[in-house]
Design a protein around this ligand. Structure first.
Ligand SMILES: Cc1ncc(COP(=O)(O)O)c(C=O)c1O
Length: 290
């Protein structure tokens, strides 16, 4: 797939409090965030010109930064307002927003003390993650050799750029093996999530999803759990062994970019896109367009 490089596009990006021409939104090569992984980000979907659950995402950006030991120098309301401005200026109706914050260039050493914190917000038209066919028929996951780390090994609750090393390695390996995405286990060997989305199994018509103690408790995951309650579908958050995949009738993923994404295979095991996945997918689409 060819698309314009992300540093060579028209429009504006919000950078540290002001809108700047897209191509001028740069950082220095000696930025602490680049060298030592001091960066956090968000991914937001815009539906009909409105960023979905915007304040939840702005709050999570703040919380992620605190997990990494730094503070975002703009309030949640300021980030919300900046995001709306960027979306409006870019003329986005169906799109994606990427807020990112990182430690600056005051020092290049392991210590992050005294580094400034920079924030940028960019928005662009929505590029679909999977093909239309994969979206409806389901995607294929390959189990990765990479695992989600323990909460005392990495800041697992943060949407931290540094944690995406694992996701990129897993995703690239899965694609090289002919899968659409990777399924990651956690450090205990329990089911965790995909590279950019949370995991749900349907067993006997009820939802089972791993406890979010080694990975991001997705905003979509929370929305889908609430929708399941509204639809009278029981939800069990618990540790799930990989063997439980054999008991599942349906498997799906949730995420801002994935929405409710059916899974049609995990390794050699195949699944139907069943009625629970369909009901939640439809309910989620109604919610985001409400
Ligand atoms: C690793 C990972 N897990 C889960 C999610 C789902 O989170 P959300 O529903 O908030 O987009 C994402 C996407 O942000 C992610 O990157």
């Amino acid at each position: 797939m060819t698309s314009l490089p992300f540093d060579d596009r028209d429009g504006v990006i919000w950078l540290d409090g002001a809108l700047v021409p897209w191509r001028e939104a740069r950082l220095h090569v000696l930025s602490h965030g680049l060298h030592y992984g001091g960066g956090v980000f968000e991914g937001e979907r815009v539906y009909a010109g409105q960023p979905f659950k915007l304040t939840e995402h702005s709050r999570r950006l703040h919380a992620s930064a605190l997990e990494l030991g730094f503070r975002i120098p703009f309030g949640v309301a300021e980030l919300d307002q900046a995001t709306r401005e960027v979306v409006r200026r870019q003329g986005i109706t169906d799109g994606y927003v990427r807020p990112v914050a990182w430690r600056g260039s005051e020092q290049i050493s392991v210590s992050g003390a005294g580094t400034s914190v920079h924030v940028a917000i960019a928005a662009w038209e929505w590029p679909h993650v999977f093909t239309a066919e994969a979206q409806t028929r389901g995607i294929r996951l390959g189990t990765s050799r990479w695992r989600r780390p323990a909460p005392d090994t990495a800041p697992v609750r943060a949407k931290a750029a540094s944690l995406y090393n694992i996701c990129t390695l897993a995703r690239d390996a899965a694609e090289a093996d002919g899968y659409d995405d990777a399924l990651l286990l956690d450090f205990r060997g329990q089911l965790a999530e995909a590279t950019g989305a949370n995991l749900f199994l349907v067993i006997d018509g009820e939802l089972h999803t791993p406890i979010a103690d080694t990975f991001l408790d997705g905003i979509t995951r929370q929305s889908v759990i609430a929708l399941a309650h509204e639809l009278g579908i029981a939800v069990h958050e618990r540790h799930l062994a990989p063997e439980e995949l054999a008991r599942a009738e349906e498997v799906f993923l949730t995420g801002t970019a994935y929405e409710v994404q059916p899974v049609r295979a995990v390794d050699d095991r195949e699944y139907q896109v069943g009625k629970v996945t369909r009901a939640l997918s439809e309910a989620y689409l109604r919610l985001v367009h409400a």
